[in-house]
Design a protein around this ligand. Structure first.
Ligand SMILES: Nc1ncnc2c1ncn2[C@@H]1O[C@H](COP(=O)(O)OP(=O)(O)OP(=O)(O)O)[C@@H](O)[C@H]1O
Length: 271
């Protein structure tokens, strides 16, 4: 697949209805002579129930993009929208998981209370609250650890708690910023498979920023490749691999190697 000129518009509405739409989005930090344009004129869409990964060189602006999508900071120009509604603050249907689980969990609260924390604003009846927490902990395989504290758990288990907390909120869109970067390889594989299971079980739309090209190809329906500074969309690669994906057999497929090589060569190509 050749590189496309910007802006790249991927409209897969025929296959999956677009849920999240990014249109000509740009972000500049600061103003005047010190202004720094970090992302410029990004356009892409994510369909309902898709897993999309964003990859790009370090410092290109991936986290900046996620912060705009999550309504944590305004875009300088352009829009991000859910179901056609421009995102102007944290959207109710979205949850975020960050890389640094050690800072996102409250060490003085048990696993159960950590998962319960973001639900307090929903004013749910106690029975539904407990049911949501139990379902989320079961989904990540941590029902047995509900009464433990984060510091009693391994790094991978702590990241599962962070994911359970997002799941209990029942978001329709889950955004994760390098969520598996701080765990060992085996745990990383388990968490990747958990991500795919969540999509199957809950029908969620999932957007993941990752540095790991193999991970992006393994997880994704499509990979958005960012390049250059300021960041722009180099291409959106359709990942055509059979389902269900499997850590050993999927990664051994010749198509897997082809697609990872394609994405990698785009990232490494000089701007
Ligand atoms: N609040 C801010 N004010 C000014 N500059 C910022 C701010 N946040 C990020 N930047 C700059 O924007 C650029 C992109 O940062 P960002 O964290 O979005 O990149 P990234 O692609 O997520 O990086 P990495 O891959 O290393 O995690 C960097 O040069 C960074 O210094």
């Amino acid at each position: 697949m050749k590189l496309q000129e910007k802006p790249v518009t991927v409209n897969n509405a025929a296959a999956v209805p677009p849920r999240l739409e990014v249109t000509a989005l740009s972000k500049t930090y600061g103003s005047g002579p010190s202004a720094k344009c970090v992302i410029e004129d990004l356009t892409f869409t994510i369909g309902t129930g898709e897993v999309v990964c964003i990859v790009g060189p370090s410092g290109v602006g991936k986290t900046t993009l996620l912060k705009c999508l999550a309504g944590l900071q305004p875009a300088t120009s352009g829009t991000a929208a859910i179901d056609g509604r421009t995102i102007a603050g944290p959207p109710a249907e979205m949850a975020l998981v960050f890389q640094d689980y050690s800072r996102s969990l409250m060490p003085w609260l048990t696993v159960r209370k950590n998962v319960r924390l973001p639900l307090r604003h929903l004013r749910l009846p106690e029975a539904e609250l407990n049911q949501r927490i139990n379902t989320a902990l079961e989904a990540v395989g941590l029902a047995h650890a509900a009464n433990q504290y984060p510091w009693q758990l391994s790094g991978g288990m702590q990241q599962r708690v962070a994911i359970a907390r997002a799941l209990a909120y029942r978001p329709e869109i889950l955004i994760m910023d390098e969520p598996f970067a701080s765990v060992d390889a085996q745990t990383r594989f388990e968490l990747e498979d958990l991500c795919l299971k969540i999509r199957e079980d809950f029908g969620m739309t999932i957007l993941v920023v990752t540095h790991d090209i193999d991970e992006a190809v393994y997880l994704s329906d499509r990979v958005v490749v960012l390049g250059a500074k300021p960041a722009r969309v180099l291409d959106v690669v359709d990942i055509d691999l059979p389902a269900p994906r499997d850590q050993i057999s999927t990664r051994a497929l010749p198509e897997f190697a082809e697609q990872r090589t394609m994405v990698l060569s785009m990232i490494r190509k000089p701007a």
